[in-house]
Write a protein that binds this ligand. Structure first.
Ligand code: HEC
Length: 151
């Protein structure tokens, strides 16, 4: 009797494991290198941070406001004369970003706040509608990041 029940437990585990790999397989094709839904530091450092440092026509760079204002999205101040963050500062930024980047969720403020309202973004952002469309490659980088893209 005892033996039988442990077989049942083992079988149940197999079913759960199979279901888990099935659902993973379903979500895989759209983004082959998407990960487990956790945020990836390398991708953040090499692909996402540059988005915050890039000047877009008609807009101020994210880094200019978000190192000094009190918004939930906060970045470390650049050292005087520096145009990017060092390793330690990048690590700090990666911690800070977690306030506005929810793993696996397109409801993350970092994704919808700077996006134009007609493209599915928020109606108001103090820094403007920096991405006019979801096709903007920089916006897609933000999206890929919250969706767990690895760098
Ligand atoms: C001109 C200054 C300015 C610039 C440039 C700017 N922002 Fe903001 N941002 C603000 C202000 C002010 C707030 C807080 C008020 C609000 O929600 O709009 C804010 C809020 C946010 C929030 C937090 C939303 C929340 O409440 O959770 C996010 C995320 C954000 N900005 C992303 C960005 C990104 C990404 C960029 C660059 C593409 C950017 N911002 C550029 C001024 C700016």
């Amino acid at each position: 009797m005892k033996r039988t029940s442990s077989y049942i437990v083992a079988a149940a585990c197999l079913v759960v494991a199979a279901a888990a790999s099935l659902s993973q397989a379903e979500s895989a094709p759209a983004a082959p290198s998407a990960g487990s839904g956790s945020l990836d530091y390398e991708y953040f450092k090499t692909k996402v941070q540059p988005v915050f440092l890039t000047k877009r026509a008609g807009h101020t760079r994210c880094v200019v406001c978000h190192t000094t204002n009190n918004a939930p999205f906060h970045l470390v101040q650049l050292a005087p004369g520096s145009t990017s963050w060092n390793e330690q500062q990048s690590r700090q930024n990666f911690q800070l970003i977690q306030k506005v980047a929810i793993p696996g969720s397109l409801d993350s403020p970092i994704v919808h706040h700077p996006l134009a309202e007609q493209a599915g973004g928020d109606p108001h952002h103090g820094g403007g509608q920096q991405f006019e469309s979801q096709n903007d490659p920089a916006w897609q980088t933000l999206k890929a990041f919250v969706m767990g893209q690895k760098g």
